[in-house]
Design a protein around this ligand. Structure first.
Ligand code: PLP
Length: 392
């Protein structure tokens, strides 16, 4: 017998659960794309996206996923043959480095394995770059594969007065964990619609500082990816913002989702909710790991764990994922980038998630461990419940 009928739970690190309100907002026929209503909504969404990122900088939107924002930003920051330094803490940082290097940028990586970026190592590397060859330091705030979290202000401090741009991929963290682009001195910020922003995939965003804008156009800048054209579009020129037909239904979705985050819940409360839900997942993971079970959270230091996704080693993870999907309607994330992916998984807790959803996901996982005879320590659901009961 399966108990999976009912509301499906998607606990993967993106795309994240879609609020009904966001779906309803998007569910409409396209209005006149040359009319003033949509243009006004678009301008409002751009303003909200700047609020979300804590910035008054420039913003270029793209129809595309996170990978498109990687390419868009690189096409504006670099000449072919420029040097970039990518600090990697997992699969996503490494893929980003690879993509940018295929564009003709000379990429050096500071590989931290699955550990969070080390500001000391960055400072040492930049200290010997006497000629300021490195044009950009690039880092994922959350590497969604290893589920670790970078300390962006510490990395900015480590850069001292080196003139490289600080480029942050916040695809898996914006709207989930604190990020203040201007206060933190981030020059280029990258995100996408389908994770913390609670929208369908299909829109990507690049915010960039005056300092980044001063690079002008490079020999990698093609008209479609040119961020100046989009960021400087006149308010009624939707085709300019989006490089063609705007993603109409996504603009409605974004308008609703950003209202929910910024004007209703409030960004600080949204961050606090993510932090509490994350701690509930960690508490369960730690309890399951007691004894010789082999279950272990991938990031040992709680201060270096992501607020939006948790990765763990879990013997039998592949079978457990299949069981929770078939028996409980709960989809867990694959062990992307893990040493042994069949025995690793990730739990997404980003965007439109509440305590009941997370307790439900953890309960389904434990039921699966019982059903499949996967050894696990006791008290995980109690431990998670205690975090929910006393979130601060
Ligand atoms: C999801 C993700 C990406 C890739 O985004 P796509 O939309 O799948 O192209 C890149 N970086 C990070 C940190 C991510 O979490």
């Amino acid at each position: 017998m399966s108990l999976a009928a009912g509301y499906p739970m998607i606990a993967i690190p993106g795309p994240s659960p879609l609020p009904e309100r966001v779906l309803r907002a998007a569910h409409r026929v396209s209005p006149d794309i040359y009319g003033t209503d949509l243009a006004e909504m678009n301008v409002r969404v751009m303003g909200q996206l700047k609020r979300l990122a804590g910035t008054e900088a420039h913003l270029a939107p793209y129809i595309g996923n996170g990978h498109s924002a990687w390419e868009a930003s690189a096409a504006n920051m670099f000449h072919r043959g420029d040097h970039a330094l990518v600090i990697t803490s997992g699969h996503f940082g490494r893929s980003w480095a690879e993509q940018v290097s295929q564009m003709g940028v000379i990429v050096e990586t500071l590989d931290c394995g699955s550990l969070p970026p080390d500001p000391g190592v960055l400072a040492e590397r930049l200290a010997v770059d006497h000629d300021h060859v490195i044009k950009a330091v690039m880092v994922c705030q959350t590497d969604t594969a290893s589920a670790c979290m970078a300390d962006i202000p510490a990395l900015r401090d480590a850069m001292g007065d080196h003139p490289a741009l600080l480029v942050v991929d916040a695809i898996a963290s914006l709207g989930c964990a604190p990020l203040m682009m201007d206060d933190w001195g981030v020059d280029v910020l990258i995100s996408a619609s389908q994770k913390g922003l609670m929208c369908p995939p299909g829109a990507a965003f690049v915010w960039f500082s005056d300092k980044a804008a001063m690079r002008g156009r490079t020999d990698l800048t093609t008209p479609y990816w040119d961020w100046h054209l989009r960021a400087n579009a006149s308010p009624d020129a939707l085709w300019r913002y989006w490089g063609g037909t705007p993603p109409v239904q996504l603009i409605f979705a974004l308008d609703e989702a950003l209202r929910m985050i910024l004007d209703e819940e409030g960004l600080i409360a949204t961050w606090a909710r993510h932090a509490a839900l994350a701690r509930a997942v960690w508490a369960a993971g730690d309890a399951w790991g007691v004894g010789d079970t082999g279950i272990r959270l991938s990031v040992a230091d709680p201060g270096a764990r992501a607020a939006s996704v948790t990765a763990m080693k879990l013997p039998g993870a592949e079978a457990l994922r299949a069981w929770t999907a078939e028996q409980c309607g709960v989809t867990l994330g694959v062990g992307l980038g893990a040493e042994d992916p069949a025995n690793a998984l990730r739990v997404g807790h980003m965007g439109h998630c509440n305590a009941a959803m997370i307790l439900g996901v953890l309960g389904a996982m434990q039921a699966g461990m019982v059903a499949l005879d996967i050894p696990h320590g006791p008290g995980a659901l109690d431990a998670a419940a205690r975090v929910i009961a006393e979130p601060a």
